[in-house]
Every structure is written in C-alpha cells, then in structure tokens.
Write a protein that binds this ligand. Structure first.
Ligand SMILES: Nc1nc2[nH]cnc2c(=O)[nH]1
Length: 443
C-alpha cells in the first residue's frame, strides 16, 4: 500500500527543523520520499493543500484503562483520588470494559493527532488492553500495572511479587514486537508507594534481561514523596536511582517534587521525564520545574495522563498548557512554542526509545503523521505567523483531519477507520454502569 500526501506544509522536525512545501510519499509503513511535486504513483492520494503535515504527537504517559472513568473523580488529591475512586473502579473492570475503555481512549487520541503512546494498563485483563491496541493500529508501549504492597490497594489489584513479574513476562513474550513492531512491552510498576523494593529490583533485572523499558510514576504529589521517605529513609528519585530505576530506558511520569540533587540525577542519567500539565493542575499536585530540567539537559516529553485526572487525552491542550503554566514562574520567554512542539514529538519519541523511527517526518522513518487544517478562524491570519505558534497556542484537536500510523490511515476527514465510534460509545456507556454496580463507588 502506498500513499501520497500532496501539497502540504510539511513540518519535518528534522535536524534543520525544515518546513517544506510539498509532498510526502509513504510505502508500506515508511516514509520513502519528501519533496516538492513528487511524481510518484500511489494507491491513495491525500490532498493537503494549505494544511500542515506534522509528525504525529507522541504522548508517553496514558492510562487507556481509565478512559471509562472520565468525569468520575473530580476535586481530589492524588492519594485520595486513587483510594476512593480510581482503584475501586479499576478493580471492577472486566475484560470487555477494558477493551472498550482502551478503544475509547485511542479513538480520542487519533482524533487529536496522537499516533504513539506509552500506556500503563491496570493489574487485570491486560490482554484486552493489548488487544485494543493491536486492533486499533496505534503505536504503543504498554504493560500490566504491578502492585504488591499497600494497605489501601484493593485485594483485586494486589498481586504477589512473583505473580506480578510472571504475568508481566508472559505478556511481554506474547505482545512485545506485535503488530509488525508497532507494539512494545514495558514493565510498569505503579509507583514506590505500592511496590516492594523486591518488586522494583526484580523489575530492573527483567527489563535489562529483555531490553525493554520501565514506566512508572514518580514524585507527583507531596504526600507520596513523604510516604516514600518514611518507608525508605530516602527521597523518592534517589531511592529509584539506587534500585536502578533511572536512565534512558526509564519513563517517569510527573517528577514535580524534586530537590536540586534529584533534578541533577534525572538530567545526568537521561531518564525520560513525562510532563502532564493538565493532570498536575487538576489533582493539585503542583507544577514541574520543566524549564530548569531542560536547562540541565534532561529528557522531557508531554502527555495527558489518564482521562479521570484531565479529563481529555488531547495533545494540543497539553502543549498549550505546558507552554503557559511556566511563564508566571520563569517569565514569558520560558517554553517557546518551537521547544514545546519538539517535546511533544521528538521528546516523546525519545521516551519511547524510538528516536530513530518516529517523531519527525524524514525519509526512512515510520509514517506516523497528522494532517492539520489551518482553515479555521482561530488559525487566521496565517501570514507571518510561526507554524509552531499556530500548533501550540491556536490549533485545537478538531482541526486534525487525518491521522496516519505506521502507514495506515486511522482517521480520514475526521472519520475513524479502524474504530467504530458509535459502537465504542454505546459499549462504553454500558460498561461504565456495570463497573459502577461492582465498584460500590458513587458514579
Ligand atoms: N496521575 C496518576 N498518578 C498515579 N500514581 C499512581 N497511580 C497513578 C495514576 O493512576 N494516575
């Protein structure tokens, strides 16, 4: 299958950050040629005249299993939000509800131009989560959430250490590399609050053995950090570092409450930090010191987190917020639009360990692309306006017309092609009622 995207404004994000007026030719899953007026025949031609052709957004911290809980857990701080709402709801999931929760999330992500994610599933029915990832066509790193500790964790979500690791390894063996390499496995211990030292240590051993990533939450909330300090006698990041949970194959969500020493550890080890501005504001967690981390050379990406702490999975909203929230602290020059767009594309690709595959539109890279209309009042005028300004401050996700992952068109003219939107909405509405009845949580 070949695809020719014609006459677009191609925001390449290549090393020279070239913006090229022209065409992108895709063969199979890869970008084969970029240039003005390519004369290659293709199975399918998309006219992108006057539209932006951008690398798909990469969001390396999502909880697809939580999409079904959107709107059901407002106005709580992290640990109460987990204990009172999210854990009981996750514990009440069944295989079918996970499947539709994931498809609901992925459909929303495609409609907002996100082509790749790192996802933390829940403890049970992880197969269904992977099945939805597989069926939808999204590029994803995902893993079974592991928890083996904590009095407030519902029994249904608490594994033994050995069980958490064995089940994760079985899933890895089945799903790592599936979908022609579109799917990767990551070990995903939830956070230091609900994982024993043994689980974390063995996770590192297994991740090294299988050469896969580890994804976890870290230093998101003040009480979380205090709890870990009480438990271990150490600051959270220093504890994770001691156990081997820092470095380029680590993807740490949030990283808000950090000492200078912890910031240096993260930057020097090239640990991937995923900034989730909406979630951090909504849960009242705080504001990560992203400009300082960037100045120290840290690896930073941007993501929406799960639906119940956001309540959207919208990469454009996250970019805008990531730019705006730092300016009162660091001044208006902090987080310029071109830098923010870089974090949302190349930064995410790096976090996923896929810098050589995605994050930019370059010959030989995987065809993960979004086509964005500028034909909207909010993106007018265009003359003299930086493309990055448009993308970060003005474009809204409903201006994404077409989304392509691995050369497959997963949304065209705002119609999803791999997901039946009507069915997913119906199933999601039914499933959430089932879960409510089981969860004994007021929904
Ligand atoms: N935002 C967020 N933080 C967490 N920390 C541990 N679990 C979670 C979760 O599900 N969401």
């Amino acid at each position: 299958m070949s695809l020719l995207i014609k006459n677009g404004i191609i925001v390449t994000m290549n090393a020279g950050r070239e913006i090229i007026q022209g065409d992108v030719y895709v063969e199979g899953c890869r970008i084969k040629a970029i240039g003005a007026a390519l004369t290659l025949a293709a199975d399918k031609v998309i006219d992108a005249a006057g539209q932006l052709v951008i690398p798909g957004l990469v969001q390396p911290h999502i909880h697809l299993c939580q999409t079904l809980f959107r709107g059901q857990a407002d106005d709580l701080e992290l640990l109460d939000w987990l204990k009172q709402k999210i854990w009981p709801l996750e514990a009440a999931h069944d295989a079918q509800s996970i499947y539709y929760s994931a498809l609901l999330g992925i459909g929303e992500l495609f409609k907002g131009g996100t082509t790749a994610i790192v996802d933390m599933a829940t403890v049970n029915h992880t197969e269904s989560n992977f099945q939805a990832i597989y069926d939808s066509g999204i590029r994803a790193v995902s893993g079974k959430c592991m928890m083996d500790f904590g009095t407030d964790v519902p029994p249904a979500l608490q594994d033994t250490t050995i069980n958490a690791l064995e089940e994760s390894t079985e899933l890895l063996e089945k799903w790592h590399g599936a979908g022609e390499g579109r799917i990767s496995y990551a070990f995903t211990p939830r956070f230091a609050v609900s994982c024993t030292e043994e689980l974390l240590t063995k996770t590192v051993e297994l991740a090294n053995k299988y050469k896969v990533a580890i994804h976890t939450h870290a230093s998101e909330n003040r009480s979380e950090v205090e709890y870990v300090q009480k438990l271990t006698g150490m600051r959270n990041i220093l504890y994770l570092d001691k156990l081997g949970l820092t470095g380029p194959s680590l993807i740490l969500a949030h990283c808000i409450h950090l000492t200078n020493e912890e910031m240096a550890v993260l930057a020097n080890s090239q640990t991937n930090i995923v900034h989730c501005p909406s979630s951090n504001l909504k849960l009242g967690s705080g504001i990560a010191k992203i400009p300082e981390l960037i100045d120290q050379g840290a690896a930073v990406a941007i993501a929406a987190d799960g639906a119940p702490c956001n309540n959207n999975l919208d990469g454009f909203m996250e970019m805008r917020l990531a730019a705006l929230i730092q300016k009162p602290f660091y001044g208006p020059t902090a987080m310029p639009a071109n830098k923010v767009f870089e974090l949302a594309t190349l930064g995410g690709a790096k976090a996923m360990g896929l810098s050589d595959q995605i994050g930019s539109i370059e010959q030989g890279k995987k065809a993960d692309i979004a086509i964005v209309s500028l034909g909207d009042l909010r993106t007018t005028p265009t003359a003299g306006v930086s493309i990055y300004t448009q993308l970060v401050y003005q474009v809204q996700s409903n201006q994404v017309l077409t989304t392509i992952v691995n050369g497959q068109v997963v949304m065209e003219n705002r119609q999803l092609t791999t997901i039946n939107e009507t069915e997913v909405r119906q199933q999601a509405n039914q499933a959430v009622k089932r879960i409510a009845a089981r969860a004994e949580t007021v929904i």
